[in-house]
Each structure stands twice: as structure tokens, then as C-alpha cells.
Design a binder for this molecule. Structure first.
Ligand code: HEC
Length: 400
């Protein structure tokens, strides 16, 4: 029953997280796009009113005319929309999912004894430290003198994030490390909204309603943080879907894959921002494409030599005996493992035929990425992994 309840909490939490995340990032992409497409207002009276840019669009059966007041408005309109709850609810639901999956079930998803055998409280404390510490460190960097030098700041951020990615992958399971990296960036993005962008907007509104020019410092600070948010978006979204791809987080150099994917994502965003401004350089998109090709090539499975004829081949019965001992507590129609109410990922491995039919995915999960058994809860040995490997090899070259 507990497993069933956990699954529903997971499903509902993820559903809301996805919807609020779409609303947030959708609005954020829209405003970046809007800003980059503004044109000088056609009417003299608009310009005199303080409209610095305007844009016409057609959408959903109507024409829209957006105008941007660059230096405050003559009077605050009675209804002013803010766009902040999308960000906050994404953080709240994200924290809920993190706590439910990676902290409450840390021994399954966060701790991998093959990486480091942590106790549950220590693992959870390190996870929380990553999220809170990431924001504090980043915020201090932005406020320091370095924060005023954009390019240097980007370089320092890249180095710091690389170190963090590496460190997380030395401590947590691959997927746990990835998820904490992404959640740390996501937390920074929402904290930027809460602690910098919103207070800046409140000050702007206050100044406008008193009829004075808003202090341009607020705008500058908020701008820096929204620029960072824009470039963090694609890396964060990669991480949020990465848990389905053990080939990335299960790789020996998983931290490098994570950073390379993040840089590629940020560069793709750079390309789109430049394209909206109408002056795209081919460099960011080309470098991103090369990076992606590089990752795809670097983590591709290597061709294997034919199995050594002197080593006895492994029968299906032997392979299935290992699967039965190490996998079926979870991968059964009715799992016996606490916390599981249905076979995870729909994979059932109860009969030799099922094991045979899924030989290739079993090999991938157990030998190549070592993602299974998850958290090595069932204590598979390296010898057993090697046996599965020999069985699979013999299988694929037509032996057995
Ligand atoms: C403690 C429970 C548990 C044990 C034991 C376990 N698994 Fe899994 N398995 C999972 C979970 C959870 C997932 C889903 C992972 C996810 O969320 O993507 C999964 C997913 C899989 C998948 C699908 C992967 C995909 O991306 O489609 C395969 C194949 C698999 N396991 C094979 C195995 C094999 C083989 C063993 C034994 C060596 C094993 N598992 C042991 C929990 C377990």
C-alpha cells in the first residue's frame, strides 16, 4: 500500500511540476523573445509617453499590441500582472518531488554503495546543502565585484559548476547527482526571481507611483539575473529528463557528460536569443552541435572482441538465476520490495523467457551503465555482472 501511495504522490507531484514549469519557462521565453523583437514605436505620442519599444502580434484569433515603457510609467495601471507564482510553484512542487523520491527513498535513488556508502541522513543533508549552498555561493558571486564583469563571471560560473558536477558524481548515484545539479540551478533561478527580480520590480512600481524615475540599478541587477536564468533553462530541462537515460548518468565520466550537455544547452539558448535580435552568429549553434556530436561519439558503446573460446559459455538458466536473485523483488507483476507497487518501468523479469527477451536492455542496465539493480539494493556482485556480460556476449554472437 505504501508503494501505491508513493506512486500517486509521485505522479500528481510530477504532473503539477510539469504544468507550472511549462507556464513559467513559457512566459519567461516569451518575454525574452518580446524584448528582443521590440521596434521603435510608430506614433510620436507613444514615444512622448515613454514607450521605448512596441510589437504587433497575431495569436489565437486576435491582434496584440505590446508596448514597453523603458523608464517607468506615467501612472500605475489599476491591474498589473506580475508573473511570479509560476516560478514559485515550480520550486515548491520540485522540492516536493525531490523530497519524495531522492530523500525519502534515498537508499533507492540517491545512495549508490558502488560510488560512496553514505548513511541516509548524511546523504539527505548533503543534498539540501547542495541546493542551499549553491544559491548562497552564486548570489555572493553576483554581488561581488566579479559580478560586474560578465564574461569573467561566466567563466568562473562554468568552472564552479564543473567542480560541483564532479563532486556530486563522486558522492551520489549518477541520477541522484544529476538531479541535484539540475535542482540547484533551478533553485538559483527561482531565488533570482524571489530575492532580486521581484524586489527590483516592487521598487520600480513604488518609484513610478511616486512619479519619480526608478533607480536604474534595480533594472540592471534584475537584467543580469534574468540573463543567467535564460541560459540555465536548457541545462535544467536536460537534467529533468536525464533520469530516463542511464547512458548519460551511468557513464564513467558522467560529470563531464553533464557539463558538456549543459554547455551545449546554454549555447543553443544563446543562438536563439541572438536570432531573435536578428543578428545570429553561427558560432554558438555550431559549437553546440559539435559538443553534442562529441558526447554522442564519446559515450557510444565500443565494439567488443569475440568471447574467449576457453571461457565456458553461460546458459540462460544461469543468467536467469542471477536475475531472479537480484532483480525480481522489484521486476515482478507483484513486487515484494517495499516501496514498489508495480513493476518499475513496466519491466517484468520472472521467467527465463522474459530474461531472454530483454537480454539487451538487461545487459545495458546491469553491465554497461550499472544502473541496475537500482541503489544495488539487492547486492549484486561484480562476478555476477561479469557472468551476465558473458551470457549476453555469447548470445549476441549466436552462441549460447
Ligand atoms: C529495488 C528495486 C529494483 C531492483 C532490485 C532492480 N530494479 Fe530495475 N528498475 C527499478 C526502477 C525504479 C526502475 C525505473 C527507473 C526509472 O525511474 O527510470 C527500473 C528500470 C529498469 C529497466 C528499464 C530501464 C529503462 O530505462 O527502460 C530495466 C531493463 C531494469 N530495471 C532491469 C533490472 C535488472 C536486470 C535488475 C537486476 C539485475 C534490476 N532491474 C533490479 C528498480 C529495480
Amino acid at each position: 500500500m505504501e508503494g501505491y501511495v508513493l506512486e500517486w504522490l509521485n505522479l500528481l507531484g510530477r504532473w503539477v511540476h510539469l504544468v507550472t514549469g511549462i507556464a513559467w519557462i513559457g512566459a519567461s521565453f516569451y518575454f525574452v523573445w518580446l524584448d528582443n523583437h521590440l521596434e521603435i514605436p510608430a506614433k510620436e505620442e507613444d514615444r512622448a509617453q515613454g514607450v521605448g519599444g512596441e510589437l504587433w502580434a497575431v495569436h489565437g484569433g486576435g491582434f496584440y499590441n505590446a508596448q514597453k515603457y523603458t523608464n517607468g510609467v506615467p501612472a500605475i495601471p489599476p491591474t498589473l500582472h506580475w508573473f511570479k507564482w509560476e516560478a514559485y510553484t515550480t520550486l515548491i512542487t520540485g522540492a516536493f518531488l525531490m523530497a519524495l523520491i531522492y530523500w525519502y527513498q534515498a537508499e533507492i535513488y540517491l545512495i549508490d554503495p558502488g560510488v560512496m556508502s553514505l548513511s541516509k541522513p548524511i546523504a539527505v543533508a548533503l543534498g539540501i546543502l547542495t541546493l542551499v549552498g549553491g544559491w548562497l555561493g552564486y548570489d555572493a558571486l553576483c554581488k561581488s565585484r566579479l559580478g560586474q564583469r560578465e564574461n569573467l563571471m561566466a567563466l568562473v560560473l562554468l568552472v564552479a559548476l564543473t567542480v560541483i558536477a564532479w563532486a556530486l558524481c563522486q558522492v551520489f548515484s549518477g541520477r541522484g547527482a544529476y538531479m541535484h545539479f539540475g535542482a540547484m540551478l533551478g533553485t538559483i533561478m527561482v531565488a533570482n526571481v524571489y530575492f532580486v527580480i521581484m524586489p527590483g520590480q516592487r521598487a520600480m512600481v513604488a518609484a513610478s507611483s511616486e512619479g519619480v524615475q526608478p533607480d536604474p540599478m534595480h533594472g540592471k541587477r534584475a537584467k543580469q539575473r534574468s540573463v543567467h536564468n535564460t541560459y540555465f533553462t536548457l541545462p535544467v530541462l536536460f537534467v529533468m529528463i536525464s533520469n530516463h537515460y542511464a547512458m548519460t548518468w551511468g557513464h564513467e565520466y558522467n560529470w563531464l557528460v553533464l557539463i558538456a550537455m549543459s554547455v551545449a544547452g546554454a549555447l543553443i539558448r544563446v543562438h536563439f536569443v541572438q536570432a531573435h535580435k536578428g543578428k545570429p552568429s553561427p558560432v554558438p549553434a555550431s559549437v553546440a552541435a559539435l559538443l553534442l556530436l562529441g558526447i554522442i561519439t564519446a559515450i557510444a558503446p565500443r565494439p567488443r572482441p569475440a568471447p574467449d573460446a576457453s571461457v565456458p559459455t553461460v546458459s540462460l538458466a544461469e543468467a536467469h538465476a542471477i536475475v531472479e536473485a537480484r532483480c525480481t523483488s522489484c521486476h515482478a507483476d507483484v513486487p515484494t520490495q517495499a516501496g514498489f507497487s508495480a513493476p518499475p518501468a513496466g519491466v517484468v523479469l520472472e521467467t527465463p523467457e522474459q530474461t531472454q527477451a530483454q537480454a539487451s536492455t538487461i545487459h545495458q542496465q546491469v553491465v554497461v551503465t550499472r544502473a541496475m539493480p537500482i541503489g544495488n539494493l539487492t547486492g549484486i556482485t561484480d562476478d555476477e555482472r561479469a557472468t551476465i556480460d558473458r551470457w549476453f556476449l555469447a548470445n549476441t554472437v549466436g552462441g549460447n
